[in-house]
Design a protein around this ligand. Structure first.
Ligand code: FES
Length: 127
């Protein structure tokens, strides 16, 4: 089951100025994450407009069925963030539970976790 990185493409950080910057910070981060993930086994990227964490963007989510899922925020739209996000997603993809040992976390994702969502129980069969 691949790990999906969902990047909010409408996030705008405090200093974003629409007069001088045609792309939102989220769009910029999404482009960099897509590029960094290209060819990374087990990792896919999608965009979504607003993850409801607008006051602490840029925001992303790391998800896979049957695994712990995570929401992360406060990213700068830069290469270091993009590579850290993809590196963490690759480790998440390799983990059976979605738990990634702290000692292996890329430096760029430390301090960016907002929420951890436990695995949903399997859907019960209709009676
Ligand atoms: S605009 Fe990105 S979380 Fe709302």
């Amino acid at each position: 089951m691949p790990t999906t990185i969902t990047v909010c493409d409408t996030c705008k950080r405090e200093n974003w100025d629409p007069a001088t910057d045609p792309k939102t910070d989220g769009e910029k981060l999404a482009e960099m994450v897509e590029q960094a993930a290209s060819g990374t086994e087990g990792v896919t990227v999608r965009r979504h407009s607003c993850l409801m964490g607008c006051d602490h963007g840029c925001n992303i989510a790391i998800q896979a069925e049957g695994k712990l899922n995570y929401v992360l925020g406060r990213f700068e739209p830069d290469q270091s963030s993009a590579e850290g996000i993809v590196g963490y997603a690759a480790l998440h993809a390799q983990s059976d539970s979605g738990q990634v040992p702290y000692r292996t976390w890329p430096q760029a994702i430390k301090g960016h976790f907002v929420a951890r969502l436990p695995v949903l129980p399997p859907a019960s069969e209709p009676e």
